[in-house]
Design a protein around this ligand. Structure first.
Ligand code: HDE
Length: 701
């Protein structure tokens, strides 16, 4: 029997439209069409005729091509892949897909931004959605997470308020894909439960370098249930093999123009190139007895469980290895739902989760036009579906037999699942309480964890957070909102509040009692999330021109490619250049069509002695300067080192050492002629692996 992973692929194949090359053009009714460029008219210059059914069908179908975009998370990119557990998790959960390392479960993952519409840019400051559909043998399980482990509100009844505040303002529909506007910050300043997620939003986590390089979190505390019915609280974590890496804000903004599809393209290209992104699934497990062992409430989605307190236990890995074939059919029509659970995974009373369990199905009924969207290829389980749910718009199955239960005329089918089969059993939690519309007092501390986040950051991360607050609040027109927000920040950290207040021109709050001065969770810093340390799939630009040192470009290219990086030769014009050896070398891209923000590092090879190959080209100088300002690794060889003098106003002090490899602040130079030395190559690879280099002179991020 085919494995579940193959079954999903077979199911997709069976859903494919007829091969367009398999015969001539037809109407939707299968009638062949010999002419689709002119409508049927009464005379060559006469009116179009009603009877032109081909014209009317073509236009009508076109008029109805759009469906509503998602109310949040409208812009996304998806891919198929598989999940496999490392070992059986039977001790904690009976979920079939978490039992056997030999069983691969097919998945579809959709990454998304939240605020912007479907056509907005990728590199905006925003949360990223990270939603995974597991097509398990027991039905679909959706883990609908984000790349932040906390959310902005505690109770789902506030979701419409929060989303209205962050979305473009109602009178002018501004801003697109941005949170730097009055209504969001008005809400934040009045609703301090937002602060923890806001700290994440102001950090570099909100501008990921790649979907392949970000964490994912289930956010809520869920519940695992084992075969004996025993429950264990669980938080889900996805950790990328390539490490967690981010852009800097100035770069992210430029990227919005240079390549609005930056993250989407990155995911697509990596999968096409066979560089399959991979994440490890980890769980934090809390025995039910320890429900109240924390100084926060496990049901509060604005809190994390620090990893130092409850370690993340790796339980499996996910690989994305197939791009969808049709964006609309698959990525747009995929429908995730937190209530899509399988036996062994259950909910808790987190009030945000409870609301989500209502909201997703509700929104999909309108977005996908009726109740039959689970029949769409991307949503269909590989597990069989048998029930008495019938009819509705776009019913594409032909059901037979009776449609009610109990029945005798249909032989009693489909019958209830018997004891011992894979039926879902709700966790028998005891619930007892008065009806009450009030937040639990255990949800009231809004400052300790934002303070812990702040305390856990490296200096450069703190600097970026301050700059982000200054940018965002600096765009807020209402001074009262700026001041009120800073008052809250003063309860997180005095230095943070002071720095932000100075930047946005509001009074520095009087020394407020910061929530927690000491708590820190080192696992929250990007410094602790470097991944496997490889440079796989990093994009390296080599700036070349006629006369470039051929030995150098060849030696660098070979080494970086061997390490899995993608090396592109950029020149003033496309085509070829002639190297110092008289041979021609292909140019991958012309400089005017690209920009430094689209690359992770840059290398300047030398040319004939005394004539740095690229110094004359202002595009090249700008390229290197931007790379330097954005903290990116820069390498220079031979006379290419001379070009770096352009970086001196940016804070680079050029070494006076000649014919030696010098590494300083992520800039690696060697003025020696000839091919790049092993020492240079190793140093350059190491600086690329470190991703970014902070503290370079007067850097403005
Ligand atoms: Fe969502 N969310 N959400 N959300 N969410 C939607 O569902 C909602 C929340 C998340 O790629 C919508 O089908 C409510 C937290 C992702 O298709 C909608 C609340 C987290 C995606 C909805 C939340 C998420 C959505 C819009 C608070 C992270 C995109 C279209 C109670 C753990 C899934 C749709 C995709 C999408 C409602 C809060 C993640 C409206 C009511 C917390 C990744 O139903």
């Amino acid at each position: 029997m085919a494995s579940p992973a193959d079954r999903k692929q077979e199911q997709r194949e069976a859903s494919k439209a007829d091969d367009p090359a398999g015969g001539p053009l037809t109407t939707d009714q299968g009638v062949e069409v010999d002419h689709t460029d002119d409508s049927l008219a009464a005379g060559e210059r006469g009116p179009t005729l009603m009877e032109d059914f081909h014209f009317r069908e073509k236009l009508t179908r076109f008029d109805h091509e759009r469906i509503p975009e998602r109310v949040v998370h409208a812009r996304g990119a998806g891919a198929y892949g598989y999940f496999e557990p490392y070992e059986s998790c039977a001790e904690f959960t009976r979920a079939a897909f978490l039992q056997d390392p030999a069983v691969r479960t097919p998945v579809f993952v959709r990454f998304s931004t939240v605020q912007g519409p479907k056509g907005s840019a990728d590199t905006v400051r925003d949360v990223r959605g990270f939603a995974t559909k597991f097509y398990t043998s027991e039905g679909n399980y959706d883990l609908v997470g984000n790349n932040f482990p906390v959310f902005f509100i505690q109770d789902g009844i506030k979701f419409p308020d929060f989303v209205h505040a962050v979305k473009p303002e109602p009178h002018n529909d501004i801003p697109t894909g941005a949170s730097a506007h009055d209504t969001l910050w008005d809400f934040v300043s009045l609703q301090p439960e937002t602060l923890h997620a806001i700290m994440w939003l102001m950090s570099d986590r909100a501008i990921p370098r790649s979907y392949r390089m970000m964490q994912g979190f289930g956010v809520h505390t869920f519940r695992f249930v084992n075969a004996d019915g025993k429950g264990t609280f669980v938080k889900f974590h996805w950790k990328p093999r390539l490490g967690v890496h981010s852009l800097v804000w100035d770069e992210a903004q430029e990227c919005q123009g240079r390549d609005p599809d930056f993250n989407r393209r990155d995911l697509w290209d990596a999968i096409e190139a066979g560089e399959y992104p991979e994440w490890e699934l980890g769980v934090q497990l809390v025995p039910e007895e320890d429900e109240f062992a924390f100084d926060f409430d496990l049901l509060d989605p604005t809190k994390i469980i620090p990893e130092e307190q409850v370690p993340v236990r790796p339980i499996g890995r996910m690989v994305l290895d197939r791009n969808p074939e049709n964006f609309f059919a698959e990525t747009e029509q995929v429908a995730f739902h937190t209530a899509n659970v399988v036996p062994g995974i259950d909910f808790t009373n987190d009030p945000l989760l409870q609301a989500r369990n209502f909201s997703y199905l509700d929104t999909q009924l309108i977005r996908l036009g009726g109740p039959n969207f689970s029949q769409l290829p991307v949503n269909r389980p590989v597990a069989p579906v048998r029930n008495n749910q019938r009819d509705g718009y776009h019913q594409s199955a032909i059901h037979s037999g009776t449609n009610y239960f109990p029945n005798s005329l249909g032989g009693g089918c489909p019958a209830h699942a018997g004891a011992g089969t894979g039926a879902y059993t709700h966790y028998a939690e005891r619930v007892d309480g008065h009806k009450i519309r009030r937040r639990s007092p255990s949800f009231q501390d809004h400052y300790s964890q934002p303070a812990m986040f702040w305390n856990s950051m490296a200096d450069w991360e703190k600097q970026h957070i301050v700059e982000a607050f200054r940018f965002e609040l600096g765009k807020v027109g209402a001074r009262t909102v700026r001041a009120r927000t800073v008052e809250h920040l003063a309860q997180v950290d005095g230095e943070l509040a002071t720095q932000v207040a100075r930047g946005v021109g509001v009074p520095v709050p009087s020394a407020a009692e910061a929530a927690s001065k000491s708590a820190a969770s080192p696992a929250l810093s990007l410094e602790s999330l470097r991944g496997d340390g490889s440079i796989r799939t990093r994009q390296i630009a080599v700036l070349v021109t006629d006369g470039v040192d051929a030995e150098q470009i060849t030696s660098v290219r070979e080494r970086l490619a061997a390490e899995g990086a993608i090396v592109e030769a950029l020149a003033a014009t496309d085509g070829t250049i002639t190297g110092s050896d008289g041979e021609t070398y292909a140019v991958d891209r012309a400089l005017p069509t690209v920009a430094s923000v689209l690359y992770d590092a840059v290398l300047l090879p030398g040319g004939p002695v005394g004539t740095p190959p690229t110094a004359a080209d202002p595009d090249a100088v700008r390229f290197v300067r931007d790379a330097f300002r954005h903290g990116k690794p820069v390498g220079a060889l031979g006379s290419g080192v001379g070009v770096l003098s352009a970086l001196e106003p940016e804070g680079l002090t050029l070494s006076t050492e000649f014919q030696r490899v010098v590494t300083d602040q992520g800039v690696v130079t060697d003025t020696s002629p000839g091919p790049a030395s092993e020492e240079f190559l190793t140093a350059f690879v190491d600086t690329i692996a470190a991703h970014r280099h902070w503290g370079r002179g007067p850097v403005r991020h």
